[in-house]
Design a binder for this molecule. Structure first.
Ligand code: AMP
Length: 432
């Protein structure tokens, strides 16, 4: 199947050829013709599946059919996203896919000054990518109007609801024209997403590009049981021992991020952090440096779990497990993108067993446990899933001992299982 067969216009086909996109991904194959036909969509697609192009390409094409330029203060396509990083990234995708077209795209999010955003919106934009909180602020101040709106995209809808944007979304829906196309994308399908879709979509085409609540099959996932106080030592050891070059490390708190950063920098490791307390510009800088390879270890809170797109990222380490099981899927979605292989390694201390159980229930499979010789925990991590006893390897005398068991810890099949249980959520980045 080619992009041309999906009905895309020549200028877009040329851009795709330039990007060396040869074959549409499954979500693109299903979504592009339906969006071109004007249908509403309800799409379950995890990150890394090519979902951004699945909505950006056909929406750009629909915009090309407009006969007049967008009016002052108006927006034709609105994309709502949960975080600032995702806003920048989705806008960059529109710019990339729409290269050479007479269309404009702008990203507006919290943490940046309102004034310049209001000014830019004054002249109208074809595609506005925004976080809901900031868009409500801009709308309330009269900086943006929706009379010319043709299409709305809710990207990572589950995450927007998780982050407490439901009220802001309600306010925005009141302001949007009823006659519009609505596309809802969500990596995971929680009940509240279904409810939102039921209220806001018109006879949507349902597309399930990936199994529900699963991670990419190309990601090799495993757990390393370890005592909490030895996690840094374990990370340093595994990084050196396995030759990790570029690794994204998730920790639970901003404080934890900064502490780990200090310990890595003390070892002369090129590292940086990305979390909600850092100004937007320095978060963006850290991300760029990581993408370029100048930063080898990027330590992040869940704010970075969504939307970060780094080609060929080989390793994600969960230094701490996420409080919300769904975040595990998003975290590890940073690797194994677009069919590439990746590894997701979770360091689990005894008190994190309930979080591990919630993740395994969500994935409907036990995660393989693989102790690192020399780091066997004194505090045993209790069993979490039936039939997944801790797999202890022969104990080596000290960290760094050469003995290594074969890494036969691929877990690809999904057995039927229990329903997901999630730990209570902490307030996250509202992108306001
Ligand atoms: P997304 O799921 O939208 O974040 O996209 C994941 C990655 O896949 C991005 O780096 C895209 O540039 C890339 N990508 C999207 N569609 C294709 C395609 N049809 N062929 C090759 N790469 C693609």
């Amino acid at each position: 199947m080619s992009f041309a067969a999906l009905g895309l216009a020549e200028p877009l086909l040329q851009t795709l050829a330039g990007l060396a996109y040869r074959t549409p991904t499954p979500v693109q194959q299903q979504a592009i013709p339906a969006v071109l036909a004007g249908r509403d969509l309800l799409v379950a697609a995890q990150t890394g599946t090519g979902k951004t192009a699945a909505f950006a390409l056909p929406l750009l094409q629909r915009l090309l059919g407009e006969t007049t330029a967008v009016g002052a203060g108006m927006v034709r396509v609105l994309v709502l996203v949960p975080t600032r990083e995702l806003a920048e990234q989705v806008c960059a995708s529109f710019v990339r896919y729409g290269a050479g077209l007479p269309l404009s795209c702008y990203a507006a999010y919290g943490g940046a000054e309102l004034g310049p955003q209001m000014k830019r919106l004054g002249s109208g934009v074809d595609v506005l990518v925004a976080t809901p909180g900031r868009l409500v602020d801009l709308f309330t101040k009269g900086a943006v109007r929706f009379r010319e709106l043709r299409a709305l995209v809710l990207d990572e809808a589950d995450r927007m609801l998780d982050l407490g944007f439901a009220n802001d979304l309600d306010i925005l829906f009141q302001a949007l024209p009823r006659q519009r196309q609505t596309l809802l994308f969500s990596a995971t399908f929680a009940a509240n997403v279904g409810e939102l879709a039921g209220r806001r979509l018109q006879k949507p085409l349902r597309i399930e590009a990936t199994p529900r609540n699963t991670a990419a099959k190309t990601v090799k996932q495993w757990v390393v049981p370890v005592d909490k106080k030895r996690k840094t030592e374990l990370f340093l050891f595994m990084r050196r021992d396995r030759g990790w070059r570029q690794v994204l490390v998730f920790v639970k708190t901003k404080k934890g991020c900064d502490e780990l950063l200090a310990r890595l920098q003390a070892k002369q490791i090129a590292a940086d952090t990305i979390h909600g307390d850092r100004p937007q510009a320095s978060r963006q800088q850290a991300l760029e440096a990581f993408r370029a390879g100048a930063v080898e270890v990027l330590v992040a809170t869940d704010v970075a779990a969504r939307g970060i797109d780094i080609d060929g990222l080989p390793q994600v380490v969960n230094f701490d497990l996420p409080l919300q099981a769904e975040d595990y899927v998003h975290r590890i979605g940073r690797t194994g993108r677009a069919g590439q292989a990746g590894e997701a390694i979770s360091f689990v201390a005894a008190d994190e067993a309930p979080l591990l159980a919630a993740i395994e229930a969500l994935l409907r499979k036990p995660l393989s446990r693989d102790e690192e010789p020399g780091f066997e925990p004194c505090h045993h991590v209790p069993p979490t899933a039936p039939g997944s006893p801790a797999k202890a390897r022969p104990v080596a005398a000290r960290p760094g001992a050469p003995a290594r068991a074969p890494r036969s810890n691929w877990v690809d099949e999904f057995a039927g299982g229990r329903k997901a249980r999630s730990a209570p959520r902490k307030p996250g980045n509202r992108g306001r």
